[in-house]
Design a binder for this molecule. Sequence first.
Ligand code: IMP
Length: 434
Amino acid sequence: MPLDIVVGAQWGDEGKGRVVDLLSRGADITARYNGGDNAGHTVTIGDCIYKLHLIPSGFIHPGTTGVLGNGMVINPQTLLGEMDMLRQAGVEVAADRLFIADAAALITPAHRLLDTAQEAALRGGQIGTTGRGIGPAYVDKVSRRGMRIGEMLDLASFKDRLDEHLSTIDTELRNRYQHPGLDRKEISRVLIENAATLQPYIRRVGPIVRQALMDDRVVLAEAAQGTLLDLEQGTYPFVTSSCTTAAGVFSGLGIGISPVRHVVGVTKSFQTRVGAGPFPTELTGADAVALRGTGSNPWDEYGTTTGRPRRVGWLDLPLLRYAVEINGVTELFLTKLDVLSGFTEIPICTAYRLNGREVSTMETTADARSLGMVEPIFTSLPGWKEDLRPMRDHNQFPEAARGYVEFIEKACGVPVRWISVGPERNAVVEKAGE
Ligand code: IMP
């Protein structure tokens, strides 16, 4: 029963799209289990760059079936736009290879407006959300008044439920946020049209995934965002509203825990974060620009979903160790090692000082406040000048680059199995086991 899980080991944007693209070549089912179109997964194939927000990145492979799990929150308009984009790129998008969970939560334009209004009202204390309505849609789900994708199967009752939902948010927007109110008729018209188009794709997905696993077919589950944005285990309150860790797979797809084979933790070779919240190793100045890029390349550190410049810093090992523990990571996929070429020395954070005490594990992430108070302790590793981008064999790497990778492996207690050295699909070095 081979279930492989790909999780982000940082604050998202680790490069999971390209990892899933690589690992899903042997997969029968490729599934997303959390979040919504706040995610942006980039896959580069030849000259084509696919930016996916809802459909699992592995779906691009013709032999796979795509599943959008019940743990997700789904904006039908984004989904339909993405389906069209893939069709135009020659990817087959049909109801016998793309399944949308009936129990996934629905995101409407009302949720998006509420998200933006709530953030604006926080004045200075913002989370820096993506404005995609993620929080309000999960709040509706948890409060048990939320709408599910499966409700789209009965258009008459869907319309009634929409009326109720839009009227509730309209009142909240007008009364609490001085908003002029929603165009309820138009929103409802578009969503009903979307519902009719999506109906053939809506299924109960748990039985499909469970059967595949029982038949020994490979299921690749793809997390959105990263461990440190997890609602329970992340840097609360600067987190997203879903379970971004490996644990979310089971409830987010409706499967048992026994089939897990590999848990691949994806981490950049340095640290990035979008939105607000603590970031112990954050950099400013020339080093930050060198890590972030100027935005002239699509793979520079600017948000796929929002276009915001990402905050950048040196790799934080206490946080990475924490992600390895929380997810039960069996191997790491290290991305963007090529970006570190040219630094004379590369600082790497090995521990923190907190209230005069040295801490080396992430006992402090229980809340954002204590993580905001730590002082990072760095070890400086030798840098290298060579351009890693043309290299496809780990043994070609300069000694210092190999040393950097080994330092991470020792600190985390798990092997780094793959290293990416460029955005192209084949710019990945598989590191043989010792
Ligand atoms: P939300 O998920 O839009 O509610 O945003 C909550 C926090 O998670 C904000 O700090 C966002 O910047 C961050 N976030 C959400 N999705 C992503 C992602 O895919 N990559 C990186 N950060 C994200």
